[in-house]
Design a protein around this ligand. Structure first.
Ligand SMILES: Nc1ncnc2c1ncn2[C@@H]1O[C@H](COP(=O)(O)OP(=O)(O)O)[C@@H](O)[C@H]1O
Ligand SMILES: [Mg+2]
Length: 180
């Protein structure tokens, strides 16, 4: 018998798959572990301005900062839901959000997407723009197949990916799964 719920961990969110309702709920991950590590480091090096400055730096490039530890999942939920709400990009798997604390999507399937095939196809369309977020765009787990056999992206919670989607939306929408 299928379980009622199952769980997955992404790069910035914890996912609950609610099988009986056919939805997934994405909760932001808060990295308390890294937060305490950083705080501990300041305990030892509290007079080191460089360490302190780093901790409060903003942006994804500075991982393990205060913002990274606390907010990266919330930011992912926000980028994903706001982008979908404003643009309704056909390549995106629909996302709905409640205060960016939870994002809700319909459950979808990525089982038959091959990694190399996906990488070649995406690269063929977006070219070097793939390097704006190569980890997301080359991972089949971040995509799914809809009822018309078209590929859709279900993890678009980063500025890099959104930049690529905005630029190449029309071609990406045509990506057909059965061309493999
Ligand atoms: N709509 C969905 N249906 C089924 N599984 C999903 C769905 N969205 C995400 N998942 C699963 O949860 C994992 C993490 O979700 P994802 O949106 O990629 O979060 P993150 O931004 O943290 O990487 C994915 O790799 C995928 O396996
Ligand atoms: Mg992901």
């Amino acid at each position: 018998m299928k379980p009622l719920l199952s769980f997955k961990k992404g790069s910035s969110r914890f996912i609950v798959l609610v099988h009986f309702a056919d939805i997934v709920i994405k909760f932001p991950i808060i990295s308390f572990c890294h937060l305490f590590k950083m705080l501990w480091l300041f305990g030892i090096k509290r007079y080191d301005k460089k360490v302190l400055g780093y901790f409060f730096k903003m942006g994804y490039r500075y991982d393990r900062t205060l913002r990274w530890c606390l907010c990266r999942g919330i930011l992912s939920n926000r980028y994903e839901s706001e982008y979908f709400r404003r643009n309704k990009n056909q390549f995106c798997w629909p996302t709905h959000s409640f205060l960016w604390i939870i994002n809700i999507q319909r459950k979808s399937d990525c089982n038959s997407i091959n990694k190399e095939w996906l990488e070649n196809k995406i690269k063929g369309i977006v070219g070097d723009d793939i390097y704006r977020d190569v980890h997301t765009l080359c991972n089949p787990e971040n995509f799914c197949i809809d009822s018309e056999n078209k590929i859709k992206i279900r993890d678009y919670g980063s500025k890099g990916v959104i930049g690529v989607l905005m630029k190449h939306e029309h071609l990406l929408c045509e990506l057909q799964a059965d061309l493999k």
